[in-house]
Design a protein around this ligand. Structure first.
Ligand code: FMN
Length: 205
């Protein structure tokens, strides 16, 4: 069975453009993959803790030397890593905040980049044979003709970190100009309907 992991970030519920992009993407994906399973990780519903000293101590202790307390420190991170490794396809839906990803999503990244689990000790990515789609809502526009194209750090960062982890097939859907939805200049439905996003049917080998 094909598994898709969707990571949602926006705290804006039904007003969220990125969540509306996810809704469309998932509806199309489910139509193409009727038996596919969707696993959700909602970072607005459950905020992840940031990295702390006890967490780092556990992280840098070899697994066979970890105490029960250290293992407990890494428990949530282990769960998030397992969700990622178990999926065939990853969707990350996120707003752009101050030209970057929101802190809630960065916290997820800090939990899933784990030496020996998702990143090899030689620096090679261990999250292989997966496809990723980035659904990115931003008030501004950062397309090819934009004079502020170089500020599109969120897309560049997500592409880079997923690539480092071993994901090579990465597509991004830029929901630029999302402020026009908030200003009432375009409906959410029209805005999301105009975006190019093509989920694909995954043929499992
Ligand atoms: C705190 C904050 C910071 C933002 N910073 C940016 C930014 O740097 N660049 C941008 O294009 N839009 C920025 N925006 C606009 C959001 O990206 C836009 O409202 C987007 O639709 C939010 O995604 P959501 O609708 O899924 O919540 C910011 C919005 C907020 C609330």
């Amino acid at each position: 069975m094909i598994r898709l992991l969707v990571v949602e970030t926006s705290p804006r519920g039904n007003d969220s453009v990125s969540r509306s992009m996810t809704k469309r993407y998932l509806a199309e994906w489910q139509a193409l993959n009727p038996n596919g399973k969707i696993v959700r990780r909602d970072l607005a519903d459950e905020a992840l803790p940031h990295v702390t000293m006890p967490w780092l101590t556990a992280y840098f202790t070899p697994p066979d030397a970890q105490t029960a307390e250290m293992k407990a420190q890494l428990g949530l991170s282990d769960t998030l890593v397992r969700e990622l490794l178990d999926c065939d396809e990853l969707v990350i839906a996120t707003p752009v905040y101050n030209y970057n990803i929101p802190a809630a999503l960065k916290a997820w990244v800090d939990h899933i980049v784990r030496k020996g689990l998702t990143l090899g000790f030689d620096g090679s990515g261990l999250v292989t044979a997966k496809k990723a789609t980035l659904l990115i809502a931003s008030g501004g526009e950062y397309g090819e003709s934009s004079p502020i194209r170089d500020r599109d750090i969120a897309t560049q960062y997500l592409r880079m970190i997923l690539h480092v982890l071993g994901i090579e097939d990465i597509k991004d859907v830029a929901g630029g100009g999302a402020k026009n939805v908030d200003l009432g200049e375009i409906s959410m439905e029209d805005f999301v309907g105009r975006l190019e996003m093509q989920p694909s049917e995954k043929v499992l080998a």
